[in-house]
Ligand binder design. Structure first.
Ligand code: HEM
Length: 467
């Protein structure tokens, strides 16, 4: 096994003309001498990754600047990287930028090795199904609060509405007992901070993060502001010693076998990680679901019929989830067609083999939910929105890694049950009360930033149904 070369070693090897043997064996576009395929990728990321598979097959080699990149499209290879061989991979280099470091530090999303293992062990109980069930009422209450201001016939942007709602929900689930004004500011400040994520210039922004541009100065100022609030809440909660039944109490109570818990810095990093990982993805699935329902009146009819039958005029509860089957299928189908995390990245630590090819350390390996979820080998009529395809029989025969909206293997999303419950409850609570009609003059397009957004939102007219 060779030792793991740094990116600068790879750069030196590349500029010295040393061949990385991966490039000599695997098919793929070379791109330009300096940029590799960076420009093509940035111009149209989704079109580019689809094209690569069409032109070169399920395993494609290429290069971003001097960094070798491997694109995997088949469930077998995806399984090998995410699960079978997971130990030989760490998160891709973009996630190790100092931008992410400042935002979420060494939280669960970004940490590696033993540190990640320990944190995952400590956080797991907070995300067990029974624990997550206690947040159902908050989710429904906040949805009702949001829609209380909606008026029949008015226009709403469901992307914006869902972003606001899921942020409020995650803030409340973390800090239920802290009703101070500060807590509301955490949400606002966070939205401001992550704005650069929304831009396609994210990579450039991240790489230049050390430069004192006005945007970066602003970012660091907001980061200090949010830190002050989060640290204050942590110290007050430690002092009170009370279990408030929220995520923060769970994190504070978490202890390893040797009795050690998390220090303030770790708590802060996990809180920020949960903010960041826990709201935009959920909001996007909801926004895309409203779009898809608007485009598919038959599916919307079945959705409303299920809500009428299971809920009538009563508020949705955790106990109703098992009967809201069609609603759950809408969520699954929406994440198939518009996966909020549309791609995953890893970096090979040691030499390894993927699909019979030798892969040297330092290679960035990418897997795209966007393309694999739309692969006709696994999904009949792949571009059609068909929630009814998600029967138990269909799921049983589907190759496990053909559908991976929450990732897979040891680094699978810890918040998957939380997110599923939230999405079903929010859809049900709104669907009970309103029909949402897409604005015919507004074009909904994909915008692959950090996650897969609707470019200019999802504009709808709201029409009251009942309740
Ligand atoms: C539709 C909603 C969501 C989607 C599509 C989603 C997707 C993902 C994916 C794909 C990963 C794996 C990343 C990788 O392997 O590199 C991940 C990890 C993670 N997610 Fe989610 N997520 C969602 C909601 C949530 C929520 C609600 C929370 C928390 C409240 C959350 C917290 C996390 C954390 C902490 C990780 C890192 C886990 C680890 O590495 O151990 N996510 N998520």
């Amino acid at each position: 096994m060779s030792s793991n070369p740094s990116i600068s070693e790879l750069a030196r090897a590349y500029s010295a003309g040393k061949k990385l043997d991966i490039g000599t064996r695997l098919p793929g576009p070379k791109g330009t001498r300096v940029m590799g395929v960076m420009r093509e990728f940035n111009r149209d990321p989704l079109g580019f990754i689809d094209r690569l598979q069409r032109d070169y097959g399920d395993i494609v080699w290429s290069r971003f600047l001097y960094v070798p990149a491997l694109f995997l499209y088949h469930p077998n290879e995806i399984e090998s990287v995410l699960t079978t061989n997971a130990k030989n991979f760490r998160k891709a280099m973009t996630l190790r930028s100092n931008f992410f470091q400042r935002l979420v530090g060494n939280g669960l999303l970004t940490s590696e090795g033993n540190e990640w293992k320990r944190q995952r062990r400590l956080l797991n109980p907070a995300f067990h199904r029974e624990r997550v069930a206690t947040y159902a009422t908050t989710m429904v209450d906040y949805t009702k609060r949001l829609t209380a201001n909606w008026r029949h016939g008015e226009m709403r942007d469901m992307h914006r509405e869902m972003m606001r709602l899921t942020l409020e929900i995650v803030v409340r689930c973390l800090f239920s007992a802290d009703v101070s004004h500060d807590v509301d500011h955490v949400g606002e400040t966070l939205s401001e901070m992550v704005k650069p994520f929304a831009s396609q210039a994210t990579l450039k922004w991240i790489l230049n993060n050390r430069l004192p541009t006005p945007e970066h100065i602003r970012f660091h100022r907001l980061a200090r502001k949010i830190d002050r609030v989060v640290y204050r809440i942590i110290s007050e909660r430690r002092a009170s010693g009370k279990d408030e039944g929220d995520l923060l109490s769970m994190l504070l109570a978490a202890h390893d076998e040797d009795g050690s818990g998390m220090n303030d810095q770790q708590l802060r990093d996990e809180v920020m990680t949960l903010f960041l990982a826990g709201h935009e993805t959920t909001a996007l699935t909801l926004a895309w679901s409203w779009y898809l329902l608007g485009e598919n009146p038959e599916a919307e009819k079945r959705f409303h019929a299920e809500l009428d039958e299971v809920l009538g005029d009563r508020d949705a509860t955790f106990a109703n989830l098992s009967r809201l089957k069609y609603t759950e299928r809408i969520v699954k189908e929406s994440m198939r067609l518009y996966p909020p995390a549309y791609g995953l990245g890893r970096e090979a630590i040691n030499d390894c083999e993927i699909g019979g090819y030798h892969v040297p350390p330092g290679t960035q390996v990418f897997m795209f939910q966007w393309t694999t979820h739309r692969d006709a080998r696994f999904f009949a009529e792949p571009l059609r929105f068909k929630p009814e395809r998600w029967t138990a029989e269909f799921e049983a025969q589907l190759p496990k890694y053909a559908y991976f909206p929450f990732g897979a293997g040891p680094r699978v999303c810890i918040g998957a049950s939380f997110a599923m419950m939230e999405m079903i409850l929010v859809l049900a609570t709104i669907g009970q009360r309103f029909h949402l009609r897409l604005d015919p003059n507004h074009l909904v397009e994909t915008y692959p930033a950090m996650s897969l957004r609707p470019k200019a939102g999802v504009k709808v007219t709201v029409a009251r149904r009942r309740v």
